[in-house]
Structures are given as structure tokens and as C-alpha cells.
Design a protein around this ligand. Structure first.
Ligand code: CP
Ligand code: NVA
Length: 307
């Protein structure tokens, strides 16, 4: 990978994604045979988390330990970035202590600013706008399950949120069809869609629907995420009403391909965006997907921190 940071899938090339996937496959195979390459011996990852996390926090921390390094978990009350001190001061000082920074926060602009002033690699561990580590993992998982992703259609049913945006970006980079069904007012915005078009030299890889039944027709993958993302808790009731017909249940699954796979970035809200029957059923690959966060992030850390 040529770039210093991973802030957005829009910043990386298809060849970077292939390189990440190649290293992921190697590290995963070795790990499953009982061997972890200690390529980050003595390296330290600072992890700034201003929002809750289970998968991202644990997978990054375990990844560092398995590769021979360490991770330091910093919450908002520890460093209070942007309030106790300017983001650029935090970036400059942390760069003198650690070898890389993973950050989960609200504004994508905070992450961009941190990366601008940090001399060490910065990894976006989720912002309100994007979730690139999730999208990389999702596409790696799709490749693992289907063998390739060139003829795959993904139907995303739900909010045009951070997860949907990063998935749209990676579909644009790799040439997959991305069909999105969202209630009115919760769609991917025209401004975002035009940025995706620029990434694909004008070709339409995204189609928007208001009816989830139309979006999932003949889909290889159905993907969903929470109706209420972190930071939107005050809108919970309004959102639950708006999204009530956008649930992934066994009826909607019948409209997709027989071999359809169901994905969810987790945490899931069982009985809301997805039913127990579907998430626990034979089409669900959500736990393989969650496991792959570890392997993909190990590859990312190896490629970015070893430089
Ligand atoms: N999918 C994901 O990022 O999970 P966490 O919020 O638990 O990290
Ligand atoms: N869209 C969700 C993703 C959680 C991993 C959120 O931002 O809360």
C-alpha cells in the first residue's frame, strides 16, 4: 500500500485492496495452523475510541498482540481530543509515542485532521460518515464465500449510513452492483452518489429503491445494519417507525437467490432490522464476517505499521 493512512476506501486503489486481501489470506491460514508472524514486534497502536465498540476494539487489540505488538486503549475521558487540546497537538504528540493510531469518533473531519498532523499511520475505526475496515472485511468475506466478486449483486436494506457508504465505495472500486433500499429521507444522498460515479468513471453501480422487495430480487448478498446508529439515539422512535418495513426476515429472503448470504456488521437488533430466524439461520454468514475483522485488520496493520 502506498498511502500512509486508511481513512476512506475512496483513497485506496483496487491493487491496495488486492494486496490487503492477499496478506489477509496468508495471515489467516498461518493463524489457523497455529502460527502468527511477529512482524510488529515492539510496535504500539494507540486506539482512540469516542464511541462504544466490541468487534473493532477487540479485533485491533488482539491483532496487535498476535503480531507481536501492543495496543493502548484511550477513551474520550482519557484524552478528550479536540477539547482538552487541539486535534493537531494530539496527533503530533501521540506520533512521538506510538507507531500507529486507530480512531473511532463522530466527525470524519476529525479523523482527516488527525491524519494530516500525525506522522504515524492513522486508521479510521468508524466515523459517522464511513466505516472502511468493515467494508474491507465484508468484501474479503464475500470473496471467501463466492470465490470472486465480479458478478455479485449486493442488496443493502436500511439506512444510507456509514456502513452503506463504505460498502458503496468498495463496490465502486471493485465493480460490484450495489442496490440500496431505504425509506424516504434516509437514502444515500445525491452528492454522495455523484462522488461514487466519479470513482467509476460515470458508470452506475448503485441503484436506489424505496421497496426492499425490489432491491433484493436475485441478490447474492443481503446486507443490513442498525436503524439507529451511535449518536442517533434521540431519533430512535422516529427511525423505528420509518424503517419498520425494512426488516430482513424469511419472507424477503425468498425473493433473493436460493444461495443468498445474509450479512450484518453487528451489533444486531434482533426483531428490528433482522429476525432471529434469519441471523441464526443457514443463510447467515455474520459470524464468519465478524471473525474476518481480525484477519483483515492484521493485514492492514502489517502493511501500514511495518513501513
Ligand atoms: N461492526 C463493528 O464495528 O462493531 P463494533 O461497533 O462492536 O466495533
Ligand atoms: N451504523 C452503525 C455501525 C456500527 C458498527 C453505527 O454507526 O452505530
Amino acid at each position: 500500500m502506498k498511502c500512509k493512512d486508511l481513512l476512506s476506501i475512496a483513497d485506496i486503489l483496487p491493487s491496495d485492496i488486492e494486496e490487503i486481501f492477499h496478506v489477509t489470506r496468508e495471515l489467516k491460514e498461518w493463524h489457523n495452523k497455529g502460527y502468527d508472524e511477529k512482524c510488529l514486534d515492539g510496535k504500539i497502536l494507540g486506539m482512540i475510541f469516542e464511541k462504544s465498540s466490541m468487534r473493532t476494539r477487540v479485533s485491533f487489540e488482539v491483532a496487535m498482540i498476535q503480531l507481536g505488538g501492543h495496543a493502548i486503549y484511550l477513551t474520550q475521558s482519557d484524552i478528550n481530543l479536540g477539547k482538552r487540546e487541539a486535534v493537531k497537538d494530539g496527533a503530533r504528540v501521540l506520533s512521538r509515542y506510538v507507531d500507529g493510531i486507530a480512531i473511532r469518533t463522530f466527525g470524519q473531519d476529525t479523523i482527516q485532521e488527525l491524519a494530516r498532523y500525525a506522522t504515524v499511520p492513522v486508521i479510521n475505526a468508524l466515523s459517522d460518515y464511513l466505516h472502511p475496515c468493515q467494508a474491507l472485511t465484508d468484501m474479503y468475506t464475500i470473496k471467501e464465500k463466492f470465490g470472486n466478486y465480479t458478478s455479485i449483486k449486493i442488496a443493502f436494506v436500511g439506512d444510507g449510513n456509514n456502513v452503506a457508504r463504505s460498502l458503496a465505495q468498495i463496490c465502486a472500486r471493485l465493480g460490484l452492483c450495489f442496490h440500496v433500499a431505504s425509506p424516504k429521507g434516509y437514502e444515500l444522498t445525491p452528492d454522495f452518489i455523484s462522488k461514487i460515479k466519479q470513482m467509476t468513471n460515470g458508470s452506475d453501480i448503485i441503484r436506489l429503491y424505496q421497496d426492499p422487495k425490489e432491491a433484493v430480487e436475485k441478490a447474492h448478498v443481503i446486507y443490513t445494519d442498525t436503524w439507529v446508529s451511535m449518536g442517533q439515539e434521540a431519533e430512535k422512535e422516529v427511525r423505528q417507525k420509518a424503517f419498520k418495513d425494512f426488516q430482513i426476515n424469511s419472507d424477503i429472503l425468498k425473493l433473493a437467490r436460493d444461495e443468498v448470504k445474509v450479512m450484518h456488521c453487528l451489533p444486531a437488533h434482533r426483531g428490528e432490522e433482522i429476525t432471529d430466524e434469519v441471523i441464526d439461520g443457514p443463510h447467515s454468514i455474520v459470524y464468519d464476517q465478524a471473525e474476518n475483522r481480525l484477519h483483515v485488520e492484521k493485514a492492514l496493520l502489517k502493511l501500514l505499521l511495518r513501513k
